[in-house]
Design a binder for this molecule. Structure first.
Ligand code: PLP
Length: 428
C-alpha cells in the first residue's frame, strides 16, 4: 500500500476469514490465558500477547499501527491525550538532571508542561526562537541536552517549522528531533522524511476530526541509534531493573523506544486511551485525506477573503503567497498545510473580541482542527496563564484570533465572517 488514502482505510485492522470487517472494540480490561506459564512469558516480554489494557489493547494497537504506517514509522502507541503523548515522548529519554530544547512557539499547554511541570521533575527545557539561524541555536546545546522539540505548524501562530535546520542541529549534537505533527497530519507532512526521529500527535484534532474523543499518539521512525549515544540514554541502553533487567535497545532494536514507553511509562503512569475512543479515532482516520484537502481549500479561500478586508489588520496562513512561511510550506507541505489560520482586527484586542461575538455559526470553543469551523482568542483563552512577556516570546499578539476553518460550504463561511465584520466599528 503506498497511497496515504489507501493506508487510512486498510492499514491497522486486517480481518482474517470470518472476522469483523470494521475494527472491533475490545472493551475488556484483561485477557485470558490457559496456563500460569503462558501468562508469565508475557510479563517477561518473552512472548507477544495482551494481558491488561493499561499496557496494550488490540483495538488501540490496530489504530496505532495505522498511524505508524501513515507516518512511515516502525512502532507507535496511543495515549490518552496529546499532552500525554508529548510528556511520554520526552520523559522516555529524559530524567532528572537532563535538559532539552523546544521551540518557544509551541502550543501553550505543551509550553506549560515543559516549562513548569517537567521543571518540577528536575528536567529543564530551554525555549528558543525557532527563526534564529543555526549558529545562534547552537549556543543553547549543553552536555546534558537530550532532545530537540518543535511543532510542524505551531499552535496558534501557524508558523512552519524548518525540519532540516533542526534535524541538522539535533543530530550534530547526538540527540533526536521530536516533532508534534498534529496540525499538518501525515496527509500533508511526513516529518521522518525530513529528519525527525519521533513524531507525536494530539489525535483529538484532525485525526479524530469530529471533536468526539481526546487522544494522542507517539510514532518512532526507528532511525535514532540509541546505542551510539549509550551514555546519554541509560534508560534505553542499560538494564531496567523494574523490568527483569531488560536492556530495551539491545533486546528490541528499532522497537526499543516504543517498547520502553509502553512497558515502563504506560505501566507506571497509565495514560491509556480507551478502546472506545480508539474506535472513533479509526473512523476519523478513514476520511482524513478527504477532510484535509477540503480544510486546506476552505482555509485558503477564507485567508484571501480576510486579507482583502479593510477592517482586518493582518492574516497569517502559510498557503498565502505573501506569507513569510509560504516557501517553507511549499517545501515541506506542497499539498497544503492545514485549516488553521490566524488574524487580527484593526482596533486590537477589544475589536477582535467584539468581532468574534458577532459570528453566527463559527463557534467559540477551546478546540481546534475539526469539521466544524471554530475560533478562539488565545490571549483570553488557551494562553491566559502566560505573562505578556511570555506571550510576546511565543509570538501571540493580543489581537490574534485563531480561526480553525471547517469543511462547510466556503461561501457560507465567508458570509458569516462578512456579516460579523460589518458589525464591528473599527477605532484606529
Ligand atoms: N499539540 C498540539 C499542537 C495541540 O494543539 C494540542 C492541543 O490543542 C496538544 C498537543 C495537546 O493535545 P490534547 O488536547 O489532546 O491533550
Amino acid at each position: 500500500m503506498t497511497g496515504i488514502e489507501t493506508k487510512c482505510i486498510h492499514e491497522g485492522w486486517k480481518p482474517k476469514q470470518g472476522e469483523a470487517r470494521q475494527l472491533p472494540i475490545y472493551q475488556s480490561t484483561t485477557f485470558k490465558y490457559d496456563s500460569s506459564d503462558a501468562m508469565g512469558k508475557l510479563f517477561d516480554l518473552e512472548a507477544d500477547g495482551y494481558f491488561y489494557t493499561r499496557l496494550q489493547n488490540p483495538t488501540n494497537d490496530a489504530v496505532a499501527a495505522k498511524i505508524c504506517a501513515m507516518e512511515g514509522g516502525v512502532a507507535a502507541m496511543l495515549t490518552s491525550s496529546g499532552q500525554a503523548a508529548n510528556f511520554y515522548a520526552v520523559f522516555n529519554i529524559c530524567e532528572a538532571g537532563d535538559h532539552f530544547i523546544a521551540s518557544s512557539s509551541i502550543y501553550g499547554g505543551t509550553y506549560n508542561l515543559f516549562g513548569v511541570t517537567m521543571k518540577k521533575m528536575g528536567i529543564e527545557c530551554t525555549f528558543v526562537d525557532q527563526e534564529l539561524p543555526e549558529e545562534e541555536l547552537e549556543k543553547y546545546f549543553r552536555p546534558n541536552t537530550k532532545a530537540v522539540f518543535g511543532e510542524t505548524i505551531t499552535n496558534p501562530t501557524v508558523s512552519v517549522f524548518d525540519f532540516e535546520k533542526f534535524a541538522r542541529l539535533a543530530h550534530s549534537h547526538g540527540v533526536p528531533l521530536i516533532v508534534d505533527n498534529t496540525f499538518a497530519t501525515p496527509v500533508n507532512c511526513r516529518p521522518f522524511e525530513w529528519g525527525a526521529d519521533i513524531v507525536t500527535h494530539s489525535t483529538t484534532k484532525y485525526m479524530d476530526g469530529h471533536a468526539v474523543g481526546v487522544g494522542g499518539c507517539i510514532v518512532d521512525s526507528g532511525n535514532f541509534d540509541w546505542m551510539k549515544y549509550a551514555e546519554k540514554y541509560p534508560g534505553l541502553t542499560t538494564p531496567d531493573e523494574s523490568y527483569h533487567g531488560i536492556t530495551y535497545a539491545e533486546r528490541f532494536g528499532k522497537g526499543a523506544y516504543i517498547t520502553k514507553a509502553t512497558a515502563q511509562l504506560m505501566r507506571d503512569l497509565g495514560s491509556v486511551q480507551s478502546p472506545q475512543n480508539a474506535f472513533y479515532l479509526n473512523l476519523g482516520l478513514e476520511s482524513l485525506p478527504l477532510r484535509m484537502e477540503r480544510h486546506c481549500q476552505n482555509a485558503l479561500a477564507v485567508a484571501k477573503f480576510l486579507q482583502a478586508q479593510e477592517k482586518v489588520a493582518w492574516v497569517h496562513y502559510a498557503g498565502l503567497e505573501s506569507d513569510p512561511y509560504y516557501a517553507l510550506a511549499q517545501k515541506y507541505m506542497p499539498k497544503g498545510t492545514c485549516g488553521v489560520l490566524s488574524f487580527g482586527i484593526k482596533g486590537g484586542r477589544e475589536a477582535s473580541i467584539r468581532f468574534m461575538d458577532q459570528l453566527k455559526f463559527a463557534s467559540i470553543v477551546t478546540h481546534v482542527a475539526d469539521a466544524k469551523t471554530c475560533l478562539l482568542h488565545p490571549a483570553s483563552h488557551t494562553h491566559r496563564q502566560m505573562t505578556d512577556e511570555q506571550l510576546a516570546e511565543a509570538g501571540v499578539a493580543p489581537d490574534l484570533i485563531r480561526l480553525s476553518v471547517g469543511i462547510e460550504n466556503v461561501d457560507d463561511l465567508i458570509a458569516d465572517l462578512k456579516q460579523a465584520l460589518d458589525k464591528v466599528t473599527v477605532v484606529e
